[in-house]
Design a binder for this molecule. Sequence first.
Ligand SMILES: [Fe+2]
Length: 298
Amino acid sequence: VPFAAGFTGDAADFGLSRLRSEKYRGFVFATFNPEAPTLEEYLGPAASLIDRTVEMSPMGKVRLDAGWLKHRLRANWKMVVEGVVDGYHPDYVHTSLFRTVDYHFEAKGVESSTAPSPLARDWGGGHVEIDFAPTLKEQLAWFNVSPDRYPNYISAMKAAFGEQGAHERLIAGPSHALIFPNLLLAEMNIVIFEPIRVGETIQWNTPLLLDGVGEELNERIIRNGQAALGPGSFIIPDDAVMIERTQMAIEGRGRWIDLSRGLNRERVEDGIRVGVMYDDVAGRGFWRQHASLMAVSA
Ligand SMILES: [Fe+2]
């Protein structure tokens, strides 16, 4: 693998002189591959996914020091990735959550031609995203609060990015994106996948805290993180069941899995494949990159 996200930028920490690391906006990526491209080349246009997340802070700086929750999943790491970039499952797997809190995006169904749908994008290189922005109309809707709840945050964003720049960022919210292979920008959480063995993965999760904002905002980010990431929460326990059952279903069976959903309506914009959230655009993007890396050249 050319690059993977990790926890330290200093190769000396590993005692491994062959490890090469580079940073982008504070995120550290490392590789053992001497022929890997530069990080800039590796990320390509998908660097903007990291920009979007980091620029939820008026200072363009985030912190990951609220503590990490770890979940051990009895599944291959690729099953875990597939589960978190799939936009088809939330309506079914997370029904209990959506019955409890207000939907923060409007899911009108894939066949509707008039209502906007969250989009799925394949940025190339295995970097993929689900983008809720097309369905969000109010500032901070992605945070499930009204715009007047955090006036100081909104003022700070305006001071940093201007009226229009702040407005766009506060409407769109942070990324939900996989930076291939193992970094998930999960809205206001950061997730890293650590493969342990073929059928076992540890999923590391931490709230994404923002620099340059009041602590009451970061408090809410931590509380939301607990509701989404904790062992008694809504999101990850449900995902874990889904992912582990998928693993059990395919284990030892060399059968094909159909990832063609929405292939007929996928389009290419500026070199980026785009479809709706309910299609397998992101899954295909991930597997395409994985297949290209695993292919043995003659
Ligand atoms: Fe999920």
